[in-house]
Structures are given as structure tokens and as C-alpha cells.
Design a protein around this ligand. Structure first.
Ligand SMILES: [Zn+2]
Length: 77
């Protein structure tokens, strides 16, 4: 199962994005695939066992440390 650390965004970089709010203690989304994505700062698991499409281009605010994270493998437009 591949596991990725997400890339941190500044609030300026995330401006205008649809930000998903993670809550500490449980993944924002779980199931449907085999990719796990962790907060790039505190390593909290934000997306667990999801399909790549579920992580593609999302912006997630970590409920533990408040960092804004995005998925790092989206440079193939
Ligand atoms: Zn975090």
C-alpha cells in the first residue's frame, strides 16, 4: 500500500481552493483504494486507503496541526 506525505500550502496558495476540513482522530476519507496520504507536517493520516482520484487535486486542512495540504502527484495535467 503506497503511503505519501502531502505537500504543504500557504494560505495564499490555497486561496480559492475548495478546502476539505479534516478532524483530528479520524481520517477525512477512508476506503475505496490503496493510497494513504499523510499531513506533510505532522504525519497524521488524512486520507486512508483511498483511490488516487479521491486524493487528486484536493486541499485538506489537517485537524491536528492546521496545515493546508495538497496531493503531490498532480503535475501531469
Ligand atoms: Zn498536520
Amino acid at each position: 500500500m503506497p503511503q505519501y506525505d502531502m505537500i504543504l500550502l500557504t494560505p495564499q496558495e490555497a486561496a480559492g481552493a475548495d478546502i476539505l476540513m479534516h478532524t483530528a482522530g479520524s481520517p477525512l476519507k477512508q476506503g475505496g483504494g490503496d493510497e494513504t496520504h499523510r499531513c506533510g507536517r505532522c504525519k497524521t493520516k488524512l486520507l486512508v486507503s483511498v483511490a488516487h482520484a479521491d486524493a487528486h487535486d484536493v486541499v485538506v486542512r489537517c485537524g491536528k496541526c492546521g496545515s493546508l495540504n495538497t496531493e503531490p502527484h498532480h503535475h501531469h495535467h
